[in-house]
Design a protein around this ligand. Structure first.
Ligand code: UN1
Length: 493
């Protein structure tokens, strides 16, 4: 199957572009080909989005929202179909794929609700007979750059608030996972979203992403991906004075205190570290454990890891699927080698799986290092795979310090039964998301999603906070006094 760009409500067939294969990471099977677009397709899509934007912004927000309801119903109807494709193109296990599609459904209905809210504010004026209010205004054409690890959910976090608030969209999905975007574009067509409101342009970030950021008619760029790419997006966006929303890496920790329910902590660590084969920006990649429970926690983790089935995510008994591609496999393996050289102790795992039935896919064993020192590379850098570092501490204060010592600040978690420790931790953990007695993954779509420090640049996906990315505040003063009232004029000395 040949995937095509979706521009101005039409599938573009005759673009003669170079294509690359889309591969199932579980078995190397080619699923489709995807075009590598050039600046010309970006220009075409931005022009279509710009043409559509003025009239789209004039459609009443509740009516714009009606399209999101329709998209939500379609996603619901096709949920299993989409989940199967998602597992094939991305590798995540089928129950997680269903969960991801569900995130998209939830986001559609949640943001459709915003069509009947999109609240502004009224504020008293300094002057008599004068009314002051502020409203959210759409910004224009929005460029979306989304990753392969959540190919549908993250796109919905960005596209739906953008669309409901009156913007139009040009979306560049990851080339590793274009099938979800293709399916989404089909849904946009089926629900009759006006042409040009949402356009999909496939291709490499260096070409398509750059062209989007540099285009004078793209006013906002929303990006989720690696910190390395994100900082390039910020740099180029800064040069062109774009509003840029960045959602990047994590080095998320689960803190296990000496009074924790250990079985609960183990279950949460296993799920948040090895679910999605560790390829979530929210994945747990550090366990910060109190010294008095370290040995017991380690033996429980080893036992639990032994029960994880690895394989093709379409098999419902499988809990850990493949990683996305050969490059990812090699990167993870490099980090494991670094960990060994740095003197960390390999507690379990640590190998690429390359014998049948794993030889045609990209599989890495769930891996835990222990006796990791906080200044080691494996304790500081994002690995984006199924690798966890255990770091021992002697107190809550030390645990918080270790948690906060990394350059990222997305998610953190604490296991404790002590209300004093819990409240102190939620205040002092320097991350955008904090979990108490739960793992580091599983953020819900109606709360702000994002992080501090190297994880982001102050913006948030999801929740009402997402509207701040896609709207501009406009303050409106209505003077009904019938005379000139001069604000900020002080006749007294
Ligand atoms: C991501 O990894 O980029 O909180 C997103 C979670 C999911 C989203 C992860 N709801 O783990």
């Amino acid at each position: 199957m040949e995937i095509r760009n979706f521009i101005n409500g039409k599938w573009i067939t005759d673009d003669g572009l170079e294509t690359v294969p889309v591969v199932n990471p579980a078995n190397g099977e080619q699923l489709a080909t995807v075009p590598l677009s050039t600046k010309a397709q970006v220009d075409e899509a931005v022009a279509a989005a710009k043409r559509a934007q003025k009239s789209w912004a004039l459609v009443p927000a509740p009516k714009r929202a009606d399209f999101l309801y329709e998209i939500g119903y379609k996603l619901k109807e096709k949920k299993e179909h989409l989940a199967q494709i998602l597992t094939k193109e991305m590798g995540k296990v089928i129950e997680e794929a269903r969960g991801e599609v569900q995130e998209g459904i939830d986001m559609a209905f949640y943001m459709a609700g915003e069509g009947r809210r999109l609240f502004g504010e009224t504020t008293p004026s300094e002057l008599a007979d004068k009314f002051a209010m502020s409203v959210r205004a759409p910004i224009g054409v929005v460029g979306l750059i989304t990753p392969w690890n959540f190919p549908i959910a993250i796109a919905t976090w960005k596209a739906f608030p953008a669309i409901v608030s009156g913007n139009t969209v040009v979306w560049k999905p990851a080339t590793e996972t274009p099938l979800m975007a293709y399916e989404m574009a089909k849904i946009l067509e089926e629900v009759g979203l006006p042409e040009g409101v949402a356009n999909v342009v496939f291709g490499a970030g260096s070409t398509v992403g750059t062209a989007m950021i540099e285009h004078p008619d793209v006013k906002v760029i929303s990006f989720t991906g690696s910190t390395e790419t994100g900082s390039k997006v910020a740099e180029l966006g800064g040069k062109h004075l774009k509003k840029v929303s960045l959602e990047m890496g994590g080095k998320n920790a689960v803190i296990v205190m000496d009074d924790a329910n250990l079985q609960l902590a183990v279950d949460a660590i296993i799920w948040s570290a090895f679910g999605t084969a560790g390829q979530r920006c929210t994945a747990c990649s550090r366990v910060i454990v109190h010294k008095d429970v370290k040995t017991e926690l380690e033996s429980m983790l080893v036992k639990s890891i032994g029960q994880l089935t690895i394989g093709d995510g379409l098999d419902p008994t499988v809990k850990v699927g493949p990683v996305i591609n050969q490059a990812a496999l090699e990167k993870i393996n490099r980090y494991v080698e670094i960990g060994k050289k740095e003197g960390a102790t390999l507690l379990v795992g640590g190998r690429v799986l390359s014998t049948p039935p794993f030889d045609k896919g990209y599989y890495f064993e769930p891996t835990i290092f222990t006796d990791v020192q906080n200044d080691m590379v494996i304790a500081q850098e994002e690995i984006f795979g199924p690798v966890v570092s255990i770091i021992e501490v002697a107190s809550l204060d030390e645990a918080i310090e270790v948690n906060n010592s990394v350059k990222f600040g997305l998610s953190s978690s604490i296991f404790s039964q002590d209300v004093n420790k819990i409240f102190k931790a939620q205040r002092d953990l320097d991350t955008g998301i904090v979990y108490v007695n739960a793992g580091t993954t599983g953020a819900e779509i109606h709360l702000p999603f994002g992080g501090t420090k190297g994880t982001g640049n102050g913006h948030r996906d999801s929740g009402q906070a997402a509207l701040d990315v896609y709207t501009e505040w406009k303050s409106i003063y209505v003077d009904y006094s019938g005379k000139l009232q001069r604000a900020q004029i002080d006749t007294e000395n």
